[in-house]
Design a protein around this ligand. Structure first.
Ligand code: NDP
Length: 329
């Protein structure tokens, strides 16, 4: 009999999440039936979507949603061998049982030297979000100027590097000077700290006086309202996320978008990375190749200890992470 530790949502978040909104519990797992596997989480992901999705999909007392890299510790399913690593979406749990249908194996070419936690970040869902968002929604072309916000995070840092590989000029914004220095190190042409500039409009204008062809928006809200007026004619805006709004208790009113949309003939498209579930393998193989070749660099913010899941999640929402925020069990 195995005892799993799990984090449950004790109380729906009101405004910014607090550690007291979570509860750590223990549950006894039953013995395996034929066809089942026992897995232990090795790395767990903390992601912005957990904030709005918990409100939409969960009730108080439910185990927190989320993905992990897990190791198979026992198998009664001939398709899976003990010791193999997989990506699962089993929520905030140390151990769990699966029938194998919801598991994704790491790409077979995954080098031993590469951290398996990257399967939750640069070579996982966030990397794919950057890949498909840039290629299919922004439809970037060589010579164009791409802007990305939350640029030093899991998605944003890949967006900037893929745009450079695609022959674009890249501008990024992040919330600390340390993050800005990192963006320059990984090849961004222009980067600035959106928290310390006196005028966001001026900073964006200085970084690209001609404006922006593509805007990969992770932040939404006021930031996006300012950028829309600096888009070039026929510019494309990929609405990936709206992290500046996830903790709002009351929806804010902002400027309306129609006038710049019409006068500049813009395209603005929201997307979810799951739209390309049938091209997951293509995206992962491309990202893995670039990482192995050193063309895409990565950084991970690793929090040690399953007991620190809520702290890591809250820290990520506050901007304490450089690159992908993960928890090592
Ligand atoms: P990150 O690793 O970028 O972490 C979140 C970052 O957001 C923080 O580090 C912080 O960086 C920034 N941030 C927090 N609050 C604000 C704010 N009020 N204004 C501006 N920036 C803020 O997370 P991800 O890369 O995982 O996700 C980035 C975005 O992409 C999110 O909006 C997420 O919901 C979205 N997403 C969408 C997907 C889709 O399918 N559409 C899939 C995956 C992610 P800083 O210090 O710079 O403020």
């Amino acid at each position: 009999m195995v005892t799993a530790k799990v984090w449950v949502l004790k109380k729906h978040f009101e405004g910014f999440p607090k550690t007291s909104d979570f509860d750590l519990k223990k549950i006894e797992l039953p013995n395996l039936k034929n066809g089942e596997l026992l897995l232990e989480s090795v790395f767990l992901s903390v992601d912005p979507y957990m904030r709005p999705y918990s409100q939409r999909d969960m009730k108080e007392g439910d185990i927190m949603i989320g993905t992990q890299v897990a190791r198979i510790v026992e198998s009664k399913n001939p398709a899976f061998t003990v010791g193999a690593f997989v990506v699962a979406g089993s929520g905030w749990r140390t151990h769990f049982i699966s029938d194998g249908r919801d598991l994704r194996c790491l790409p077979s070419s995954w080098p031993e030297s590469l951290p398996k936690s990257l399967a939750l970040g640069t070579v996982g869902m966030p990397g794919l979000t950057a890949y498909f968002g840039l290629l299919e929604v922004c439809k970037m072309k060589p010579g164009e100027t791409v802007l990305v916000n939350a640029a030093a995070g899991a998605v944003g840092s890949v967006v900037g590097q893929l745009a450079k590989i695609g022959g674009c000029k890249v501008v990024g914004c992040a919330g600390s000077d340390y993050k800005v220095a990192y963006l320059k190190k990984i090849g961004f042409d222009e980067a600035f700290n959106y928290k310390t500039v006196t005028s966001l409009y001026e900073a964006l204008h200085k970084a690209s006086p001609d404006g922006y062809d593509c805007f990969f928006d992770n932040v939404g809200g006021e930031f996006a309202s300012i950028v829309i007026n600096q888009m070039k004619k026929y510019g494309r805006i990929a609405v990936c996320g709206a992290i500046s709004q996830y903790n709002d208790s009351m929806p804010k009113k902002g400027p309306y978008v129609q006038i710049p949309m019409v006068s500049k003939e813009l395209q603005m498209e929201g997307f979810l990375v799951t739209r390309w579930n049938n091209r997951w393998e293509e995206g992962l193989n491309a990202l893995l190749k670039w990482v192995v070749e050193g063309k895409v660099q990565y950084h991970e913010q690793v929090t040690e200890g399953f007991e620190n899941m809520p702290t890591a999640f809250i820290g990520m929402l506050r901007g304490e992470n450089l690159g992908k925020a993960v928890v090592k069990v």
